[in-house]
Design a protein around this ligand. Structure first.
Ligand code: GDD
Ligand code: MG
Length: 332
């Protein structure tokens, strides 16, 4: 089976981290987000992934020089202009000559969904398209999807105003499509999956959905990126090693529930709590990092304090003794 993974967005909500690298290439506990997204597909029999790309395609080719992730072959479909979520699927499928059943994924979703279960429901219900749903507390940031007791979708409401959402089950960003769904998407112009394709499928009675409560997160905001990372080290999802082999943590530093990435350094007397310190960043002596993300190669001066979801960009320099809370540095 082949899959299209949507990775063409600009990742604006994660700036300044996504200024020079697309969101799917940000490491989530020492592995690019995209690798974690694709590795879950191997057991479902996916052997080729077509990356639907726009922003900085060069960075993907550089990140995966042998053109494979966990044995899955990668192909690149680079859009001439952003074609939005459905236009991108149509373009990628045409470029790769797909005319069989297709799996589609949002490239910023990390989940333990068993894709085989989604395909099973798809075959049982004989719909044209079947999508994965997950339950969230605040559905207003997502596509809200009520279903009936035969799993048929009753409505698809993208990002409804708070309090008006008809359900807490939302589109979780993994889809199975029959070929006629893809060929019906108009070619050569931006088309939204969420605002055009899904509402039309609902109207025609062809859209089904699987409610599934396995681990799921959309890592597309700083808060969610931090959560997705910490969930992998604190036992929520897994307990992977939090401090990379090549990182240096001084014996007089405190590191609690935090990721210290490749070649990063935490100096004497520094505290890093509930945070992610990315590749090659240096946390100076006595500095405090709490609930924050330090971008690649940042230099955090001695006794500086970054708290309450600060996000620093590549090579950011934070002065000795500076105190920041909830800021993006530099401001995007
Ligand atoms: N190739 C390409 N071209 N990819 C795109 C484009 C485009 O023009 N626009 C967005 N994408 C990619 C993004 O890179 C991302 O991987 C994916 O499409 C989804 O875009 P987001 O910007 O992350 O959307 P969202 O999180 O606000 O909402 C979507 O995901 C939610 C679940 O995480 C929607 O599908 C919602 O309905 C859904 O609930
Ligand atoms: Mg998203």
């Amino acid at each position: 089976m082949r899959a299209v993974v949507l990775v063409g967005g600009f990742g604006t909500r994660l700036r300044p981290l996504t200024r020079s690298r697309p969101k799917p290439l940000l490491p989530v506990v020492h592995r690019p987000m995209l690798e974690r997204c694709i590795s879950g597909l191997v057991s479902a029999g996916v052997d080729e992934v077509i990356l639907a790309l726009g922003f900085r395609p060069d960075t993907f080719e550089r990140a995966f020089p042998d053109g494979r992730i966990d044995g899955v072959r990668l192909r690149y479909a680079v859009e001439p202009e952003p074609l939005d979520t459905a236009g991108a699927v149509r373009f990628a499928a045409s470029q790769a000559g797909v005319n069989e059943r297709l799996l589609v994924l949002n490239g910023d979703v990390l989940t333990d969904l068993d894709v085989g279960r989604l395909i099973e429901l798809h075959e049982r219900s004989a719909g044209r398209a079947t999508i994965h749903l997950t339950e969230v507390d605040d559905p207003s940031r997502f596509g809200v999807v009520p279903i009936d007791d035969t799993n048929r979708v009753e409505a698809f409401v993208e990002k409804p105003p708070a309090e008006t959402a008809p359900s807490r089950w939302i589109n979780a960003g993994t889809y199975v499509f029959e070929p006629e769904v893809v060929s019906a998407i108009p070619a050569g112009r931006p088309v939204s999956m969420e605002r055009e394709v899904f509402p039309q499928l609902v109207e025609d009675g062809h859209l089904y959905a699987l409610q599934d409560d396995s681990y799921w997160i959309d890592a597309g905001t700083p808060q969610a990126y931090l959560e997705a990372s910490l969930d992998l080290i604190d036992g929520t999802r897994d307990e992977e090693p939090a401090v990379h082999d090549t990182a240096t943590v001084h014996h007089d530093a405190t590191v609690r529930r935090s990721v210290i990435s490749r070649d990063a350094t935490v100096s004497a007397g520094a505290s890093v709590l509930d945070s992610v310190v990315l590749d090659g960043a240096q946390v100076g002596p006595g500095a405090t990092i709490s609930g924050s993300i330090i971008g690649p190669r940042g230099r955090i001066g001695a006794a500086a304090s970054l708290t309450h979801l600060c996000v620093t960009g590549d090579d950011a320099q934070i002065a000795e003794g500076a105190a920041h809370a909830g800021e993006r540095l530099p401001e995007p």
